[in-house]
Write a new protein. Structure first.
Length: 202
């Protein structure tokens, strides 16, 4: 995964940050937004980028842990979103060793990350996520299908295997849907997404 993190670090320019921030959380998560917590909750955003989504949740009163291993994105997020309800953490898959020391969360958000995790690490990564999800809590994740952008390579994802790994960890599917990309560049590449919303037994 280090090569992917290095590629993101190299791509972290003002233009990249502006483009990332310009996307709307409501639009990105429109197929699952009704499954977000209705009451003030503890949320972890894994692969938080510049904190766009973390800030959206913080504005609604939630307490958010924003996990971002790329220092340039993490530093930009701290500058752009100074909410006291956002805490930043440098941690990474598959173990998420630091994050797993926290109390379990009501919502684990994993947008546009799973395609960067190697096949041999995905079972471990799923166990890490499950350990961070409280009983009755939810995991929302997007699975990218299609080529990566620039040097940020992607690894093919089998949704059925992902669901099977989640089930083995006590996570049950609440919703599954297939969508196209909202970004013109990805649309031109034929990128598609599978959205999964899962709930932890409990």
């Amino acid at each position: 995964m280090q090569d992917i993190l290095d590629a993101y670090a190299a791509a972290t320019t003002p233009a990249f940050i502006a483009a990332y921030e310009s996307l709307s959380t409501e639009t990105i998560y429109k197929n699952v937004i009704d499954l977000f917590p209705a009451h003030v909750s503890r949320i972890v955003d894994v692969g938080a980028g510049t904190g766009r989504d973390a800030a959206w949740f913080a504005e609604r009163g939630h307490s958010v842990l924003a996990i971002e291993p790329v220092s340039g994105l993490r530093d930009a997020g701290r500058q752009l979103h100074r909410s006291a309800d956002i805490s930043w953490l440098d941690d990474r898959f598959p173990d998420l060793a630091k994050a797993r020391l926290e109390d379990p969360f009501d919502l684990v958000l994993l947008g546009g990350v799973w395609q960067h995790i190697a096949d041999e690490d995905r079972k471990t990564a799923m166990r890490s996520i499950a350990a961070m999800t409280r009983p009755g809590g939810r995991l929302i994740m997007s699975l990218r299908h299609g080529p990566g952008a620039g040097a940020r390579r992607v690894i093919a994802i089998d949704p059925e295997s992902t669901v099977s790994d989640a089930n083995a960890c006590g996570l049950r599917v609440l919703r599954r849907c297939e969508t196209g990309s909202i970004q013109p560049g990805n649309q031109a590449l034929g990128v598609r997404w599978t959205w999964l919303a899962l709930q932890m037994d409990g």
